[in-house]
Design a protein around this ligand. Structure first.
Ligand code: HEC
Length: 165
């Protein structure tokens, strides 16, 4: 009799352990699924590369033509991530008009991301020349409102957020 009870208890313990294990796996899966979308790491050397193609009117216009040809279907006319094909993709195309994200992204980082892509975004390394990709950077820069010019004294209570990045 005592034998029976202890067996049952052991089974109960196993079931509990299995359930807990499954819970952990689910939690780990969620964390895994959530993080890669957020962070798109760029090698510091790439991020720091200076844009050799000045944002002249001509270069911005050239960038716009390439953007219309290659990027609008996903990122949309204004870069808001709402192109005609956007809804087919997961993660969805980024909103390139979102100032917080774009203003924290140096030119070199945008250039690198266009070059490498990240599924479902294709790599444009082989499809575009370096110059064309820098022209795209010049154009993409016009899609998000610029950061407010550094005013008198650091102003607007928003600094803690900005400083964290
Ligand atoms: C097939 C659809 C598709 C096309 C075409 C495409 N993109 Fe993307 N783009 C995406 C998706 C999806 C993401 C988000 C990828 C991620 O976060 O993993 C993205 C992200 C980006 C980012 C990075 C934003 C961030 O979160 O860091 C930039 C910059 C960008 N795209 C620019 C471009 C430019 C410029 C072109 C045209 C040369 C282009 N994309 C073409 C789908 C596309």
């Amino acid at each position: 009799m005592a034998e029976m009870i202890s067996t049952r208890t052991r089974e109960g313990a196993w079931a509990t352990a299995l359930l807990a294990g499954a819970g952990l796996l689910v939690a780990a899966g969620l964390v895994f699924a959530a993080t890669p979308d957020k962070d798109w790491p760029v090698p510091p050397s790439a991020a720091q590369t200076k844009n050799p193609v000045a944002a002249t009117e001509a270069n911005i216009a050239a960038g716009k033509a390439i953007f219309t040809d290659k990027c609008v279907k996903c990122h949309g006319e204004k870069g808001a991530g709402d192109g005609p094909m956007a809804m087919m993709y997961d993660p969805p195309p980024a909103d390139l008009s979102e100032p917080k994200m774009m203003n924290s992204m140096p030119d070199g980082e945008i250039f690198y991301k266009i070059a490498e892509g990240r599924a479902p975004m294709p790599s444009f390394k082989k499809l575009l020349t370096d110059e064309q990709r820098w022209q795209l950077v010049d154009y993409v820069r016009t899609l998000a409102p610029k950061p407010a010019p550094p005013s008198k004294s650091g102003s607007t209570g928003k600094s803690p957020r900005a400083a964290s990045h």
